[in-house]
Design a protein around this ligand. Structure first.
Ligand code: DX5
Ligand code: ZN
Length: 225
């Protein structure tokens, strides 16, 4: 574990994918009372990723019970078909996958027209070059540090180099996009992820498998218990 002294505090977005859905209300209440900056909500279609998570009924329940801004991470093909429906659930940011959008620039504009912030996620193997001419329009880039589809996977170490290179691209273009890193984040690796240049981290299993999720969120922000 790297020394956290002098390290900036990351924004932390708990991913509810690894929670017990029989007690979603309880989970959302815990996150409401925590220092989480927003809620990361993973929608999967079983086509773009080999898993299906949930859709509008669960988004409706989340909208009714969360006090945190909601980031929707869409792991679905042709996300443009669903943006209007999803945006009705008081979504703060929609993050689509570059690999799932033939017309990424157009999808980003569509998200903004719906009044949401726009994020683009990249799979671990996807080069940063696809962002070169769209980065200035983005509020966030989400670098996947696991192959999307499942919680509880191991962080892919090549992500660290990708974070630094994305930071260079953002600086070079004078863009304002935040860098979010999603997958396998825990208290042991968060420091190197933030040192490499990440602004925000998503954490699912390391938060919700812990006995005290609120404390686990605070610990990711660097707070001693
Ligand atoms: C994976 C999802 C992640 C996932 C993270 O496809 O996008 O948001 O829930 O879970 P952990 O933190 O367990 O890797
Ligand atoms: Zn996610």
């Amino acid at each position: 574990m790297k020394d956290r002294n002098n390290m900036k505090e990351p924004l932390v977005a708990p991913s509810i994918l690894s929670t017990d859905f029989a007690h979603l209300g309880r989970t959302l209440a815990t996150v409401n009372e925590s220092k989480a900056d927003w809620l990361h909500v993973d929608v999967m279609d079983g086509v773009f990723v080999p898993n299906i998570s949930f859709g509008t009924p669960v988004l409706k329940a989340i909208q009714q019970h969360t006090k945190k801004p909601v980031e929707l991470h869409l792991m679905i093909v042709q996300p443009e078909r669903y943006l209007e429906i999803f945006a009705r659930f008081n979504i703060s940011q929609v993050t689509v996958h570059a690999e799932a959008c033939t017309h990424l620039h157009s999808v980003v504009q569509q998200i903004k027209r719906l009044g949401c912030k726009a994020g683009v996620a990249l799979n671990p193997h996807t080069p940063l070059g696809c962002l070169e001419y769209v980065i200035q329009d983005l509020d966030m880039v989400c670098l996947m540090s696991v192959n999307p589809g499942f919680g509880g996977q191991k962080f892919i170490p090549q992500t660290l180099d990708k974070i630094s290179r994305l930071r260079e691209l953002i600086n070079r273009k004078g863009a304002a996009a935040l860098i979010e890193v999603d997958g396998g984040i825990n208290q042991t690796n968060v420091t190197e992820v933030v040192s490499a240049g990440a602004d925000a981290v998503v954490a699912g299993s390391s938060v919700f498998d812990s006995s005290d999720p609120r404390q686990a969120i605070a610990a990711l922000k660097g707070e001693q218990s």
